[in-house]
Design a protein. Sequence first.
Length: 628
Amino acid sequence: MVDCRDKVENIEIAWIPMKDGRKLAARLLLPKDPKDRPVPAILEYIPYRRRDGTRPRDDETHYWFAANGYGVARVDIAGSGDSDGLIQDEYHKREQDDALEIIAWLAAQEWCTGKVGMIGISWGGFNGLQVAARRPPALKAVVSLCSTVDRYADDVHFMGGCLLNDTLDWGCYFVACGSLPPDPEIVGKDRWREMWAYRLENLDCYPMLWMEHQRRDAFWKHGSVCEDYGKIEIPVLNVSGWVDGYTAAVFRSVENMPGAKGIAGPWGHKYPHVGIPGPAIGFLQECDRWFGRWLKGKKTGVEDDPPIRVFLQDGETPRPHFDARKGRWLGLPQWPSPNIRTEMLYLGDRKLLAAKTRVKPLSVCSSFTTGVTSGEWCAYGLGKVAPELAIDQREDDAQSLCFDGPVLKKPISIIGRIPVRLRVAANKPQAQLAVRLNAIHPDGTVERISYGLLNLSHRDSHETPKPLKPGQYYDVTVELNEIAQTMPAGAALRLAISTSYWPIAWPSPELATVTVDPARSSIELPVLKSEKGLRKVAFKPAVKSAPAPVTVKDSGAETRHMILDIERQRMNFTIRRNDGSYVIDEIGTQISLTKLKDFAVSRDGKEPPRSLVATTVHYQRGDWDART
């Protein structure tokens, strides 16, 4: 940890004027010594309250950048924090339009060289790509973390056409963000109530809006840069982790954007210099290399970096939390890589085989409680208080159709996305598939390596889905998420197919039986055939600047309970999360956040499933007391 505060000027509030008269609130961190200016600007542009909401995290990152020769602007999106206006859903065109004005304003400041970069994780990773596609002249480079290039296929809302319960979880928090008031010390004691009332009166129920668009229509195509990768002409560094929900964008960016590089590590939804599971890396130094090259013109060697750097993690006995994963870094000189071969495995009589065989069709009808070992769709990497990872898969495997391979005589490593080709028929017009690639360890525990979902009515298109004709066979592909993992000698591969994956995905309208024709089904494993020509990868040790000083009032905790009502055969999966309570000493504001998630489903589907999410955010300072 590096204390950079004596080298940095903190401008607590800078107002950025918009052409329509609105003002957006920014916090600026600049090199303190004027002789070190002008400097390039780095923009982070998100709705999570720059003054208090993300201040501890921002200070760990932004002070370091400022001390190393950048001006950092943390800007509240319109309608959030202390900014005028309203939040108008995720990634609205108005948000992008405002970003163009913000970038032009930053480039015109006397402390700025006229060159701007964008950085952000999650929302800020999304809009970095989206704004790059708008091509503002001053924007020269982007670092995008935990983002997506396709808002329908690889975001929190849908997976393979299946509705994710995370759309409610995230949507509830997003509504809470949009309903929080501005800070009276910034906007004035007479104005803050008026602004708050305006936000509340105009607040939408965003999850309802999202669920009205269950197909990949124009709603989702907006902001999906995959619609035209060619619009992004500046260098992009795309970063994510294996237990994050947004790994695909790393590979898609490198495949489709000429100026893109990618890093995929073991982490959850966190910046890699504080990444959990570890090992964390010197990510701030990597950003300095990236921005140093494209904003300052320095020869930092980033052009010579491998297009994609991956953490090849070792297979390990599953558990709900890892402090760190074992493994090693590899640099792939090309993506797709000639070092990776496709190894075909074919489905047999509950076996994975090296050659096709004739076998009778096999059927599966999983109870709606199948999926309880899945962990979170996106692990936020909050530490030991948050056991978010997939656990031993045997309980879900018992309700799945499983195909086991032979015990491995030597280790194999897989890197990339895993297509599973299946010929299937169903007895209902609507059905879903959850397909998992697992590793059976010598001690009998079963580790999930990767998984994918498919709403079978979306088998040919997410834009024009079609119901199934009961009894008719269809050839479908289920894409399992990208991964880089080594399976040790003595382990065995298992392909597990179920017709439910609760509570990650909302179930089909009724229990369905899906019949698989193994003789016409296969899995395409992306196997590392050789390390010849691969690059050694070494990152500097993780550093961060000192976080905002806080006084902790409550350290927080998280519990996860599964309760089965035996008489009703109904399962409740309940998560109680308390992020604790702390005072930001510099501004005297106390913040707390609690969340309840309760997912209920009956095994046979006779009672309707239920998802309940409640988020409470509380801000308090003196006589200012706001709760939503």
